[in-house]
Design a protein around this ligand. Sequence first.
Ligand SMILES: [Zn+2]
Length: 132
Amino acid sequence: MTFETLLRAYVLGEARLIPGLKNAAIDALIEKIADEWTIFTTHISTVYDGTPEGSPLRKSATEMMLQTCEVVQIKGRILNDLPREYLYDLLLAYSKRDTPGTISKHNWQNIDRCQFHEHTAPTPPTRALAKM
Ligand SMILES: [Zn+2]
């Protein structure tokens, strides 16, 4: 699947409130980035047009950029066609980083995906059945 298809799948999951679809799209995106070792800067507008502030997809797009790209590489293409909100998110995430520099393809592939997932809180076991 293309980056565009995966991003649109996520946006559909966002619009229809389907966390499972969003999580699957994130997993596939992380895999695709690792496989091709490239990122989807040309589709950042799809991300920002289709998701609300604080969306895990926005977070993953920010981390993807910061962790797999040298800042020097970003500089040349960043100012022209990326949404301002994305640049702001990048700046904010960059200022909060513990470890500067990029990670290897292998480490990206094994990144904790749950930081970009939407998990519903576990439901407490029902007591009604226990009393029967
Ligand atoms: Zn998870």
